[in-house]
Design a protein around this ligand. Structure first.
Ligand SMILES: Nc1nc2c(ncn2[C@@H]2O[C@H](COP(=O)(O)OP(=O)(O)OP(=O)(O)O)[C@@H](O)[C@H]2O)c(=O)[nH]1
Length: 298
């Protein structure tokens, strides 16, 4: 060996010939561009190692191809070009390539009543795969929202009725008495439990999309759920939120069904797997519902 030649271990023959389904790097720091923002992201990037005789893949080639994602707005065509570069730089070694990008999308959300707004962070993962010229993109989105138990609300209403009977038994009622009673703690002797809940959406996108419909999907899903968690909140906003929750009682089953309907209507999605998790304040465990559409067949 010439003293100036660097040893290239990856190019050596493997001691034990065996193809590998996926080889790559996880947790690569990457600043990505999306929705006019520069977002801090991490990427997992890799290829299959089909040539069982080859010792290793060329990780630096994948790493360098990722730079394109720091330069251009994240979109399906850009992801496809990067994956094609992974494969072009591993001719004879790999037939499939994949990339996962984890980031937090920041969206500015207005308050319900006051003229205020604040930032909300949505954890998202964008996963793209290229195999035998077939290109697929999958999104994972986590959405926090508030849910109030309909059963608990009905039980609380019944207790309020009982309290009313107790407080006004054998009394001739004046409008002012009832109004004062309604404003007292006796008038709301029981409250239903509500909880911070989360919807975990996994979505497969149609192949032809030029843009990632992340913001539209988040907006559609939040509209379907009805009580997204808030950002900037003054008392007027809190009161509006209390009213919205009172008008939007839901079990986890209700939330899953609403999301199912909304996502089936949303353009650009050809399959999904939804999980909603209501982190119960009644129990120390969660109430959970799943819903799928075209998921097994895809
Ligand atoms: N394949 C592989 N490479 C690793 C691993 N851990 C670290 N590396 C390093 O990743 C570096 C980059 O690999 P290559 O892309 O093959 O680098 P290179 O041979 O200089 O680049 P090319 O000439 O393009 O092949 C090498 O120095 C490897 O030692 C590993 O587990 N597997």
């Amino acid at each position: 060996m010439n003293a100036l030649t660097l040893p290239d271990i990856a190019a050596q023959a493997a001691r034990q010939a065996l193809p590998l389904e996926w080889v790559g790097m996880c947790g690569i720091a990457l600043p990505v561009l999306f929705d006019g923002q520069r977002l801090v992201a991490t990427a997992d990037a890799g290829v299959s190692l089909d040539d069982g005789e080859a010792r290793g893949i060329h990780m630096s080639r994948l790493y360098l191809a990722l730079e394109q994602l720091a330069q251009e707005t994240l979109s399906p065509p850009v992801l496809q070009r990067v994956l094609q570069r992974f494969l072009d730089s591993h001719r004879g070694l790999s037939s499939s390539a994949s990339i996962k990008i984890h980031t937090d999308l920041l969206l500015k959300r207005p308050a319900l009543i006051s003229p205020l707004a604040g930032w909300k962070s949505y954890p998202v993962t964008i996963e793209a795969r290229l195999k035998n010229a077939m290109f697929h993109v999958e999104l994972k989105i986590d959405l926090p929202y508030s849910s109030t138990c309909p059963c608990s609300a009905a039980l609380a209403r019944q207790l309020i009725q009982q309290q009313f009977i107790t407080d006004f038994a054998n009394t001739s009622l004046q409008h002012a008495d009832v109004l004062a009673w309604l404003g007292s703690t006796n008038g709301i002797v029981a409250t239903p439990h509500s909880q911070r809940s989360s919807a975990q959406l996994r979505l497969r996108l149609d192949d032809y999309l030029d843009e990632l419909p992340l913001v539209a999907i988040i907006n559609d899903a939040e509209a379907a759920l009805g009580t997204a968690v808030q950002t900037a909140v003054k008392r007027a906003d809190e009161q509006a939120f209390a009213l919205a929750n009172g008008q939007n009682l839901m079990f986890c089953e209700d939330a899953a069904r609403r999301l199912n309907q909304a996502l089936k209507r949303a353009p650009g999605i050809n399959a999904f797997h939804i999980r909603v998790v209501h982190a119960e304040s009644l129990h120390a465990h969660d109430a959970v519902a799943d819903s799928r559409w075209n998921w097994e067949a895809a």
